[in-house]
Design a protein around this ligand. Structure first.
Ligand code: PXP
Length: 237
């Protein structure tokens, strides 16, 4: 049964809308743990639009489950990660103008900068995951780089319906098998909700799902702890 990683970035988005000190994503992380989260995920973006350096520092000291930092393979954030030492880093592509992470990392094209970052993480003793589309060529490259895990981008699955969604699910299952066979951990995330998560959670060998927007949206109405507990119940049914 997969573990649940809760992405708390959107709590910081609300705080940054007023450039104040509430709501605090550190509180969201603590309540997520109480609701059964196995991992707390946060994304330190180049433009610091939501998570701030302080959030990462405080969460490193207070989060008791696995701490997963998403970041681009850019020198400034890579060096922050190596100093703060989250348990895992997830390399993601990043464009300033995008609303969220819109596609997987292109490891084939950006091999040199990604290898440089991976070497630094290895030296710092941090495990490495790559956020990839379910594309056999990208997964092959991840296996060649001997990363610990691949997080499959489920965005296309989340956007489609009916037959198209079944096709996306099949692509994700096949990619999951490739990842597992290559000895890497299989993770997934993006666009997962209370209504579309179960088929993804049931992919064999799925180790962890990272879910943010849907949990934060529900937490506005029912509270963080209950929102996380309900998602955890759904993925472990
Ligand atoms: N995984 C990765 C790598 C992401 O970049 C994001 C979005 O920040 C998520 C998971 C969570 O996506 P969502 O907020 O749509 O659940």
């Amino acid at each position: 049964m997969p573990h649940l990683g809760v992405n708390i970035d959107h709590v910081a988005t609300i705080r940054q809308a007023r450039n104040t000190n509430e709501p605090d994503p550190v509180w969201a992380a603590a309540l997520s743990e109480l609701g059964g989260a196995d991992c707390i995920t946060l994304h330190l973006r180049e433009d610091r639009r939501h998570i701030q350096d302080r959030d990462l520092e405080v969460m490193r000291q207070t989060v008791k489950v696995k701490l997963n930092l998403e970041l681009a393979a850019e020198a400034d954030v890579v060096s922050i990660a190596c100093r703060v030492k989250p348990d895992q880093v997830t390399l993601v592509p990043e464009r300033r103008e995008e609303v969220t992470t819109e596609g997987g990392l292109d490891v084939v094209t950006h091999e040199a900068s990604i290898v440089r970052a991976i070497d630094q993480f290895r030296e710092a003793g941090i495990s490495v995951s790559l956020f990839l589309d379910p594309d056999p060529k990208q997964i092959e490259m991840a296996a060649k780089l001997k990363v610990d895990a691949v997080e499959l981008h489920t965005g296309q699955y989340a956007l489609t319906r009916g037959r198209e969604q079944q096709k996306e699910l099949a692509r994700l299952s096949i990619a999951g098998e490739q990842i597992h066979k290559a000895g890497m951990q299989l993770l997934a995330g993006h666009g997962l909700t209370y209504t579309n998560v179960q088929p993804i959670a049931q992919i064999p060998e799925m180790a962890e799902l990272n879910i943010g927007h849907s949990i934060v949206s529900r937490a506005v109405f029912v509270g963080f702890r209950d929102a996380v507990a309900e998602m955890k119940r759904l993925i472990t049914l």
